[in-house]
Design a protein around this ligand. Sequence first.
Ligand code: KPL
Length: 309
Amino acid sequence: MHWYILGAGAIGCLCAELLHNSGAEVTFVLRNQTQLDSFNQAGRQVRFHDADTSSSINVDASLPGDHATINHLLVTTKAYDTLPALSSIQHRLAPDAQIVLLQNGCGQQQEVTRLYFSLQVWAGITTHGAWRDAPFSIIRAGKGHISIGPMGKPQPALPNGWDMLTPPVIAEPNIENALWRKLAINCAINPLTALHGCRNGELLTDPKLTEQMLSICEEIEQIAHARGHKLFASSLFHAVSEIAQLTGDNFSSMLQDLRQGRQTEIEQITGFLCREASTLGMQVPHNQRLLDQIRTLQSRHDIKGEGCE
Ligand code: KPL
């Protein structure tokens, strides 16, 4: 089995390791020659570290303009890069290629399923914690799991070879619901922490932020319910508080993006929620305010957004 990976960030690299360890051949599709040069400088290796261990794997790399046919593709780019990245390799995709989208946010999965209707598409979420301290060098920040499920037409529960991964990948028959759960958590934590420049845990220790988080959660829950998604056994606020506690020392991915001058995934997170609300004719003023504030912050720093709506 040969898996290509678009997106060599922390999650792309972690998945490269899982696939490599399962016996699959793994090739990154890197963005451009500069990224390929940096990969060559890293010895065409990906390195992994945690407090006590370090390891490395060797993987191949190609560029979008190459010609080898792609039958199996994992996409771990930022959510907003999905369509441009896929279109850069469209000429290489086999007509019935298998694609796994493992990213934050919502909307892009449905778009890919609609636009690339001949392909077999799975979407997924992961709770693995990892971050990149240098190109192709990953710090493990907590073991988690990956859940994958088919999008659109009837397909096998997992793509080829993904039943061989360790730890086992969870086959999630209702992946849309899982995507909504992850979206709800990201909507509640990411923009607030990004705006206030705080760690996830501070959402629980600052009463003003906790109150804001509660209002945000109530709006998300109303939209999810209107869309037919029951999110958690407890309230969303309760579930989010647990995650904010568990990841208390972390800076959310949105805050990290802002600090590093990168575009955030706000349009695929809170933007998606606000678009859903508008389609349903419902109001989400607290979430809309967060969306506007992050857009303003991005434009102040001259970070390009998608300008949805
Ligand atoms: O997924 C996350 C993110 O930062 O994107 C959470 C769960 C909020 C942890 O930081």
